[in-house]
Design a protein around this ligand. Structure first.
Ligand code: FAD
Ligand code: UDP
Length: 369
């Protein structure tokens, strides 16, 4: 008998398991994949930690969360500074004075602001209602056309004017010559890879891999007092209100053996529509690797269908309304706790998932000692 059956060995499940175990609770963690870590899992190829489910850079503004993860691993000083390639032109990201200078030849921040103001006014946008309008009002039409529209429509498989504005607000717009992709105070990659963190969190906890909760639901539920569920919330309720939509990805990973440095940067975005992938990741650069060979992954977005990996929730009105109905059922459950990117149907970063898990732990153990 267990106190908790934890469905999903990703960050949410692992934080919960660690904290519950620390409080003397007995946990069983199950995952349908053949490894722990969920989407932060890394795989070693040519002695390089390969981010199997896409580039993962840890960043947070929250000192407590930063200290929390640092108890499990040391972090290096990696700072994400992707570059964008648009039809052989190279631009710095996020949108900053280097980008504006390359595009318009402007030198001072006021010149850049003026240029954006003119383009925003010409487009007649006052209250942005979708991603396209939000993007134009932040950076103007030139950047929207070259660096946003193509990438966004490949990534989401939808027109930019059907997507919610918040997606583009993830990216800073800066009137300084600063190429750091994030504004957060703390940033880095765990030395040795994310697996180090997850392995420490799950030390001493029972884990069973290659098992799908839904294939043995009753059997598993009979084993534990409570369930912590980090899978898809609509599947939990047998899709009774409909199927929540996701965007999926396909990674084409290969070892490059004729060079030790393929692209000179960890992340290179391809922003025109003609190239079918959105970015190429060169994994060694996350850890300043000096190996003889290098490993790259091309990231191809694709429509999600049942059975594929649900990477990104499509948080438009239709799906958010459906999620709300599922959540109304979820909050009434007394023996099931929901959390993480899939069960919350939210575009969470790692620090947000850890934050959500720690709040859940607090609520659970404050009322239920
Ligand atoms: P997951 O990691 O998805 O874990 C859920 C686990 O549950 C999975 O292992 C799954 O197999 C298992 N599971 C689901 N259903 C079942 C079932 N029925 N039975 C058994 N097991 C089940 N965040 C950042 O902070 N920085 C980044 O740079 C960053 N880059 C990202 C890049 C990509 C391409 C993606 C997709 C995400 C990125 N993220 C990034 C977000 C980050 O991956 C997530 O916030 C975090 O990993 C979510 O953890 P989780 O535990 O909620 O979910
Ligand atoms: N985006 C873009 N051009 C880029 C990079 C990002 O238009 O070169 C947009 C795109 O819509 C993307 C969103 O900004 O989905 C958020 O980007 P982020 O890098 O945060 O995406 P993630 O790493 O989560 O896939």
């Amino acid at each position: 008998m267990y106190d908790y059956l934890i469905v999903g060995a990703g960050l949410f499940g692992s934080v919960f398991a660690y904290e519950a175990n620390k409080r003397g609770k007995k946990c069983l963690v199950i995952d349908k994949r053949d490894h722990i870590g969920g989407n932060v899992y890394t795989e070693k190829l040519e002695n390089i930690n390969v981010h199997k489910y896409g580039a993962h850079i840890f960043h947070t503004n929250d000192k407590q969360i930063w200290e929390y993860v640092n108890q499990f691993a040391d972090f290096n000083r990696y700072t994400n500074s992707p570059i964008a390639i648009y039809k052989k032109e190279i631009y710095n990201l996020p949108f900053n004075m280097n980008t504006f200078h390359k595009l318009w030849g402007v030198v001072s921040p006021d010149q850049a602001k003026q240029k954006i103001k003119e383009q925003k006014e010409a487009a007649g946008i006052t209250e942005p209602r979708n991603l396209e309008e939000q993007a134009i009002s932040l950076v103007g039409t030139d950047i929207y056309e070259k660096l946003i529209k193509g990438y966004t429509e490949k990534q989401w498989g939808r027109s930019a004017n059907e997507l919610p504005p918040f997606i583009i607000k993830r990216l800073p717009v800066r009137f300084t010559y600063d190429n750091n992709y994030f504004n957060d105070r703390y940033q880095g990659i765990p030395i040795g890879g994310y697996n180090v963190i997850i392995e420490k969190m799950l030390a001493g906890v029972d884990v069973r891999l290659n098992v799908d909760y839904f294939e043995h639901r009753e059997e598993f539920e009979a084993l534990a007092e409570k369930v912590v569920f980090t899978g898809m919330i609509d599947q939990f309720y047998d899709y009774k209100f409909g199927v929540l939509e996701y965007r999926s990805l396909h990674f084409e990973t290969r070892i490059v053996d004729d060079t030790d440095n393929y692209q000179g940067n960890a992340v290179v975005n391809y922003t025109d529509k003609e190239i079918p992938y959105t970015r190429i990741i060169e994994h060694k650069h996350f850890e300043f690797g000096t190996q003889d060979k290098t490993v790259i992954s091309k990231e191809y977005p694709m429509e999600w269908k049942s059975g594929q990996e649900p990477y990104y929730p499509i948080n438009d009105d239709k799906n958010n309304k459906m999620y709300k109905k599922y959540n109304e059922l979820a909050v009434q459950e007394t023996n099931v706790i929901f959390g993480g990117r899939l069960a919350s149907y939210k575009y969470y970063d790692m620090h947000q998932v850890i934050g959500e898990a720690l709040v859940t732990v607090h609520n659970e153990f404050a009322t239920n000692r």
